[in-house]
Ligand binder design. Structure first.
Ligand code: GLV
Ligand code: MN
Ligand code: MN
Ligand code: MN
Length: 410
């Protein structure tokens, strides 16, 4: 380990503040394996190497930075997050967890009160495509690691330019044939703790800086493709149209109506793509993407079925056809209750649930898992308005260090 490091979480985040800024949408657009996300990974590798950690990128593109005393990596305590973003996202969703992990590791190395079992392996993990913004499936890296997605399906996923995940993976220097379950890597992890900016107002309302997570809301994504008849905007009478944009617009309103009737449900159409997409062109096809969340997975399925029927109806009313396919589904996750309570007591922190998905939720089926949240004064996320006060960011890193130290002596 290097000598005392003056790094702070806010200082580290300032180093990457210019990477992947989006002048059109505002905020950051850092899709997986884009030049921006690659630059952030390189930044992370440099930061980890500077700290004397052993850095490796595994066959699923997950970057691991190890403190492996005597070369041992078994029974490891692991923390980390992601560096990809949604389009036009905030500065903290993902990078806060990575920067906090670096600072927490500094504290574990430097502070006698946190030394605990300094001989126990620990690592920082950075997961690719957590947001699913480029290839559609959220938490793609952790799903591959955990065997929660068929590698053939992952390889064939395409981005908006029609590039496959296999091709993009190969360009990033990985062997696409190697993508898939990695039981040995999973077996090395004793406990995973992810720190994340809170994506709501829970901590603001409680007037507290840090929380421990109780659960992640079940969530899934579906793609609806509506096919109609492409034609000329000027020469096609209104009565003669089969316009998939009109069917899609009606469906968006129905999604709101149907979800509003189900207590605790959330349903969103945040992305819609007309083909070919010209001002003077009646679209021939519209794709829209649906995100549905509810604590009870059977209720999610019921609501999605109602939306499927609504899609068929909205399409038929316009002389179009519709097809709805599932892209991913993540059941509600309850984190390890004992660890949750131990961390809440050790950190004197409240316990909060979240409506946002995380790699920790995927890993939870395989390793003991916990999450910490850091207050977000705006309560807004997946938006440039996402925010964290510097003092809260440092409190988060301290809480993470204390949490990791307690696990390292466990
Ligand atoms: C990712 O942050 C998600 O919850 O969709
Ligand atoms: Mn995130
Ligand atoms: Mn996110
Ligand atoms: Mn997320």
């Amino acid at each position: 380990m290097t000598a005392a490091s003056p790094d702070t979480v806010s200082g580290l985040l300032r180093e990457i503040a210019d990477v992947g800024t989006d002048p059109v949408r505002g905020g950051y657009s850092r899709p997986v394996h884009s030049s921006a996300e690659t630059e952030l990974r390189e930044w992370f590798v440099a930061q980890a190497s500077r700290r004397g950690l052993d850095v490796e990128t595994d066959r699923n593109g997950i970057v691991w930075a190890w403190h492996a005393p005597g070369g041992r990596r078994d029974g490891a305590i692991v923390t980390g997050s992601h560096l990809d973003s949604v389009p036009g996202g905030g500065a903290y969703d993902g990078p806060l967890g990575v920067a906090s992990a670096l600072v927490a590791f500094d504290r574990l190395a430097e502070r006698a009160d946190l030394h605990g079992a300094a001989d126990r392996p620990r690592a920082i993990a950075v997961f690719p495509e957590e947001e699913g913004s480029r290839f559609g499936v959220a938490c793609l890296g952790s799903r591959l690691l955990a065997g929660a997605i068929d590698p053939d399906r992952a390889r064939a996923l395409t981005d908006a330019d029609g590039e496959t995940f296999a091709d993009v993976t190969a360009r990033a220097g990985l062997d696409p044939a190697g993508l898939g379950p990695d039981p040995d890597a999973l077996a090395r992890i004793d406990t995973f703790v992810e720190l994340h900016v809170e994506q709501g107002r829970g901590l603001v309302d409680l007037d507290r800086p840090i929380a421990v997570a109780s659960s992640i809301l079940g969530h899934g994504r579906w793609r609806v493709s509506v096919e109609g008849e492409g034609n000329h905007a000027g020469s096609t009478l209104m009565a003669d149209r089969r316009d998939p944009m009109v069917a899609a617009a009606r469906l968006v309103v129905r999604v709101r109506e149907l979800a509003s009737r189900v207590p605790d449900a959330r349903a969103t159409v945040g992305r819609l793509l007309p083909t070919p997409g010209g001002t003077n062109v009646i679209a021939s096809r519209v794709d829209l993407w649906l995100d549905v969340r509810h604590p009870d997975d059977a209720t999610t399925n019921g609501l999605v079925e109602e939306i499927r029927q609504a899609a068929l109806l909205c399409a038929a009313e316009e002389g179009c056809t519709a097809r709805m396919t599932e892209e991913s589904l993540s059941p509600t996750v309850d984190f390890d209750a004992r660890l949750r309570d131990d961390l809440a007591a050790a950190l004197d922190a409240p316990v909060l649930s979240t409506g946002a998905g995380h790699d920790a939720g995927v890993l939870k089926d395989h390793v003991r898992t916990a999450m910490l949240f850091v207050r977000n004064p705006t309560g807004v996320s997946h938006s440039p308005a996402e925010d964290v006060e510097d003092a809260d960011a440092e409190a988060g890193a301290e809480a993470l260090a204390v949490a990791l130290a307690s696990l390292l002596v466990d």
